[in-house]
Design a binder for this molecule. Structure first.
Ligand SMILES: NC(=O)c1ccc[n+]([C@@H]2O[C@H](COP(=O)([O-])OP(=O)(O)OC[C@H]3O[C@@H](n4cnc5c(N)ncnc54)[C@H](OP(=O)(O)O)[C@@H]3O)[C@@H](O)[C@H]2O)c1
Length: 267
């Protein structure tokens, strides 16, 4: 079940299509999703911010966004019915969705020494539900809305792990790899409707969920994976997403863009 929690400023009469473009960003309360919401708002988008559990944080981010017409929508993206409700609410509120950024996701550690094959299997299902099924379900739901507009941009946040392998999180690596592939398939399927589809594959990026894992491995060693000797910043991923949302990036459709400081080229 999704709900509109907060309306910062009413952009238009409900039911009428907004004149300003609208960007739906999942996982927008924190990290890369939050940075994408901020970058897109700065470009003049009204941002429909999805969050799961962090309503207060989402409202705070929403209040601080530049521009107007931003709103928060609670939904667990792993629940297809909740996604459908959320998209229906956004369509009712704005009458359009121009850009989708699928940022919600989570690195999910797994062990080959887990309690049994049922646990192992269920970990795969949960990881796939969040990191693969949720973004492709949202692609399915926004495609008709973007088709009606005759244009749209979908940006899937995947991971360097899709290429390098994730020995401690195999389902996560597989889910992100599958999302890269789905990005390419959907770019082909939707290009004729004016919808461009991209993937951004970040490496280590300093976010609330990644920072403790970086600290556990040691910041210096993680930074040294890149010749730049540092990890990425959420704002760098968001700047790329904002570029992909704009007109000039259309011909990049189907691209999987590495944003990992060349760290994927190093051992
Ligand atoms: N940071 C990195 O180093 C890195 C590297 C490669 C790829 N990525 C990818 O980048 C994306 C953003 O990650 P991040 O580092 O910014 O992590 P983050 O700060 O933890 O943000 C993830 C967001 O996703 C939300 N989320 C998780 N499950 C959800 C669900 N079922 N429904 C709705 N929202 C949900 C979280 O909300 P709740 O807390 O309420 O669950 C959180 O706000 C993820 O797809 C991640 O896999 C990150």
């Amino acid at each position: 079940m999704s709900a509109v929690d907060d309306v910062k400023k009413q952009p238009d009469e409900p039911g009428s299509a907004s004149e300003l473009p609208v960007a739906l960003v999942t996982g927008a309360a924190t990290g890369i999703g939050k940075a994408c919401a901020e970058a897109l708002a700065a470009k003049g988008y009204q941002v429909a911010m999805n969050y799961r559990s962090q309503g207060d944080a989402a409202e705070k981010v929403c209040e601080a966004l530049p521009g107007s017409g931003h709103r928060c929508y609670q939904a667990d993206v792993t629940q297809p019915e909740a996604l459908a409700d959320m998209v229906q609410c956004i369509q009712r509120d704005y009458g359009r969705i121009d850009v989708l950024v699928n940022a919600a996701g989570r690195y999910t550690p797994q062990s080959l020494d887990s309690a049994g094959v049922t646990d192992w299997h269920n970990d795969w299902l949960d990881c796939m539900a969040l990191n693969l099924h949720a973004p492709v379900n949202l692609c399915y739901l926004v495609a008709p809305i973007m088709s009606a507009l005759g244009k749209g941009r979908i940006i899937n946040i995947t991971s360097r792990g899709a290429f390098r392998g994730e020995p401690a999180a195999p389902a996560y690596g597989a889910a992100k790899s599958a999302l890269n592939s789905a990005t390419q398939s959907l770019a082909l399927a939707l290009g004729g409707r004016g919808i461009a589809v991209f993937a951004i594959a970040p490496g280590w990026t300093e976010t609330p969920s990644a920072s403790p894992r970086i600290a556990a491995q040691g910041w210096d060693g993680v930074a040294a994976q890149s010749p730049l000797n540092r990890v990425g910043r959420p704002e760098e991923i968001a700047a790329l997403a904002a570029f992909l949302a704009e007109g000039d990036a259309e011909y990049l459709t189907g691209a999987i863009i590495d944003a990992n400081g060349a760290s994927h080229l190093r051992n």
